[in-house]
Design a binder for this molecule. Structure first.
Ligand code: ARG
Length: 400
């Protein structure tokens, strides 16, 4: 059909993306398919995935280790923005998509491909993020999304693949749809589609059940510099190590689970279970160190920015003029956000119990209730008189 000659396909090694290879070739007439798998810490072995792509008919199979880029350039900016979608979801899956879009576009440019492809269906958020990310970075590339058009059921997809040598899944496939990376796991479908059904314990891998967590609390100290997490318990760590070690510690205390009904970009409500132990705690800690180092008006103004930032990430606008403008604002606010936050982990709760910063604008001599209080109590009266003038006038007119 001549939709494209040479395509770079985002590849996970799963059935759907594997079937995309023969489908693109035989149904859509693509001549050359290069697959690209990104290592984002999802824990799959990428060697076998690479071979599998070739067996399915790819001419080249690329694997990129993108963990460092992922944490440093996607997760950390989101932490500085305290980005949560609908006040809860820390965007652990969503943040991976603009990075994968970037890798697809640069591979397409390097190999002279005229299109990129992905295996997303037409109901999800990820198609939006891929398509918009790719378009923003290279508007000349065609985007092919065969699973959005092929209309095959799961069984039909497997059967189609088998005709072209795509092995069907060995184990009985799980009823859940799971996305995983260094930041977390997103679990949906199967029995979870009933919003009243409690998630079964076996879906969780990064967080322990409370009955299995330690009976003693554990304290962690997270160091921030310019709004970036830089250390754990006094030890400087690179971004990937920091997330990995913190996931382990926090998950061990059963912290970091979410069960929510969210509003997808395409208008559907869906029920999603998340595990994102380190990311959730880092956002809490970051917000806390900001409370010590930013003035109240900046914090309050930033809250609106944070909400918009979370929506941008969710809705696929990572590469956009609005995102860049918000980044400039956030950058300015983060200059002084340096310090340490102390957190107590215990039985499913991460509680901030202390914070310290050289840049603290907390003034003990003003805050104290002790005898060394420097606050001018008398001045409060005049302040309240003027601040309350509108109230006084209104009250006199309506009640006086
Ligand atoms: N709802 C999440 C998001 O839009 C995760 C999507 C992928 N989830 C999954 N279980 N496959 O970012």
């Amino acid at each position: 059909m001549g939709r494209a000659n040479k395509v770079v396909l985002a590849y996970s090694g799963g059935v759907d993306t594997s079937v995309c290879i023969p489908y693109l070739k035989h149904q859509w007439g693509v001549e050359e398919i290069i697959t690209l798998a990104a290592d984002l810490g999802q824990g799959d072995e990428l060697g076998p995935i690479q071979e599998k792509a070739l067996r399915c008919g790819a001419i080249e199979s690329l694997v990129e280790n993108a963990q460092e880029d992922f944490v440093r350039n996607y997760a950390f900016p989101a932490i500085r923005a305290n980005a949560l979608y609908e006040n809860r979801y820390p965007l652990s899956t969503a943040l991976a998509r603009p990075l994968i879009a970037k890798l697809l576009v640069s591979a397409a440019e390097k190999y002279g491909a005229d299109a990129v492809a992905h295996g997303c269906t037409g109901k999800g958020n990820d198609q939006v993020r891929f398509d918009l990310g790719i378009t923003a970075l290279n508007p000349n590339l065609k985007i092919l999304a065969p699973a959005r058009e092929w209309g095959m059921s799961r069984e039909e997809t497997i059967a189609y693949g088998e005709k072209f040598g795509v092995e069907s899944p060995v184990k009985k496939s799980s009823p859940f749809s799971i996305d995983r990376n260094l930041l977390g796991r997103s679990i949906e479908a199967g029995p979870l589609e009933d919003p009243y059904t409690e998630p079964p314990e076996e879906i969780y891998l990064m967080t322990k059940a409370i009955k299995d967590t330690p009976d003693e609390p554990e304290y962690v100290e997270i160091g921030f510099e310019g709004g970036y997490p830089v250390s754990l318990n006094g030890q400087a760590l690179d971004p990937v190590q920091l997330i990995t070690q913190l996931n382990e510690k926090v998950g061990n205390h059963g912290i970091g689970r979410l069960d929510m009904i969210e509003n997808r970009v395409v208008g559907i409500k869906s029920r999603e279970i998340y595990e994102a132990p380190a990311l959730l705690v880092l956002i809490d800690a970051h917000r806390d160190i900001e409370s010590l180092t930013l003035t109240g008006d900046v914090t309050q103004y930033k809250r609106g920015i944070e909400d918009t930032y979370g929506q941008l990430i969710y809705r696929g606008l990572w590469y956009s003029p609005l995102k860049e403008a918000l980044d400039a604002f956030i950058e300015e606010t983060q200059k002084r956000v340096t310090g340490t936050v102390r957190i107590k982990l215990f039985k499913g709760n991460a509680q901030v119990v202390g914070r310290f910063s050289e840049n603290s604008i907390y003034a003990p001599d003003l805050a104290t209730y002790g005898s060394d209080d420097q606050f001018d109590h008398k001045a409060a009266e005049g302040f309240i008189y003027i601040w309350g003038l509108p109230t006084r006038v209104w009250s006199q007119k309506t009640r006086g």
